[in-house]
Write a protein that binds this ligand. Structure first.
Ligand code: KG4
Ligand code: ZN
Length: 342
């Protein structure tokens, strides 16, 4: 089955064509085309995503990307998969309206996809990927809008067992990056700065909190950590920025890892998935992989670097599961849902 994916939940316009096979038991994906139009340059002067500018860019970029995709000799599809939430509603609507047009023009059915479900499916994409997800699986989803631990009994069977009570971890990275006057998008820049620290012991001289690390539940909180950075800078403007970035990154990752291990201990999954934009963070990947050495029976899956950020290939892939379950949407019932939960 070939699936056309459409993603416009935030500031990346994505259109992709994915060939899926194997059914629910052994899903396999071949990404035939994965086009992403990034809006970094548009939003950079504002230090963050401006929803109406993002919507306008999606409107402009979607037909351009589709035209490029139609130039590819394999450009035929059986269904259309579109992100309906969570995300910025004006942006989501742009993708939905476009999906409706394309479905009508090419007489194909549409499936509605949750953006976070797309991030989960992203671990199956890439040429080298041979592993399959063994259930029950635990997913640590870390992005600009979400930080959640999700237990999956199977595809389309999700239970959120922990989540952030305030800021998402990616949002905290972005806000702290802004405090350090780093360019937008802040998360990767902050991480680069932290990794540049030549004297790692310097970060030990700054002590930031690890919020909720000892709480019994599986929830997170990152807003206090962000405020602690603000106070540290206020009290000592001469603090070494790389050392502060490193200690912030250590603190955020420590909490993510400890809560993930707590969830593993309680729910005994067979697979651990780490996905979402922040899954690109090298320190997080390193700490997860070293912590998982204690659990040789659990396989850890992270997306290939090209699929950690928002893209439409992951939406097309998650759409495959909906198509298998015949969860087709009536085009006039499709609706953007900014707060959609798994
Ligand atoms: O999944 P994503 O691309 O978009 C959303 O669905 O939000 O995630 C974007 C988030 C941003 O907050 C970005 O700063 C963060 O992921 N991010 C990183 C890194 N790369 C992206 N955060 C920390 N380290 C990175 N290397
Ligand atoms: Zn995302």
């Amino acid at each position: 089955m070939k699936i056309l994916g459409i993603e416009t939940s935030c500031d990346e316009t994505g259109i992709a064509l994915v060939e899926a096979s194997g059914g629910l038991k052994n899903p396999r994906f071949r990404v035939l085309k994965n086009l992403v139009a990034s809006q970094i340059k548009i939003h950079a002067p504002f230090g963050g995503v401006v929803p109406n500018l993002a919507k306008r860019e999606h409107e402009k970029n979607l037909p351009i990307l589709l035209k490029r995709l139609l130039g590819c000799p394999t450009a035929k599809w059986d269904i259309v998969a579109v992100t309906v939430g969570p995300g910025l509603e004006p942006c989501l609507w742009q993708g939905i309206e476009f999906a409706k047009e394309v479905a009508k023009k090419f007489k194909k059915s549409v499936v509605a996809v949750n953006h976070m479900e797309g991030h989960i499916a992203s671990v199956l994409l890439g040429q080298e990927k041979q592993e399959e997800i063994k259930f029950p699986a635990l997913a640590l989803l870390v992005s600009g809008g979400h930080t959640e631990l999700v237990l999956m009994k199977n595809w389309l069977n999700y239970k959120i067992i922990g989540e952030t009570l305030d800021d998402a971890v990616g949002e905290a990275f972005d806000k702290v990056a802004r405090m350090l006057s780093l360019p937008y998008p802040g998360g990767p820049e902050l991480s680069k700065l932290a990794d540049k620290l030549t004297r790692p012991r310097m970060s030990g001289q700054i002590k930031l909190p690890r919020p909720m690390i000892n709480s019994k539940d599986l929830n997170f909180s990152f807003s206090g950590l962000k405020t602690a950075v603000l106070y540290a800078l206020r009290d000592n403007p001469k603090l070494n920025k790389a050392a502060l970035a490193k200690e912030f990154q250590n603190a955020a990752v420590d909490v993510l890892v400890v809560k993930t291990l707590k969830a593993i201990d309680r729910h005994k999954p067979k697979t651990l998935i780490v996905a979402g934009g922040v899954a690109a963070n090298k320190h997080l990947q390193k700490e997860i992989s070293s912590a998982m050495k204690k659990f040789p029976g659990i396989q850890t899956m992270v997306p290939d670097p090209q699929f950690t950020g928002d893209n439409a290939a992951m939406i097309a892939s998650a759409g495959y599961f909906h198509a298998l379950k015949k969860n087709f949407a009536k085009p006039n019932k499709l609706k953007a849902s900014g707060q959609l939960s798994l």
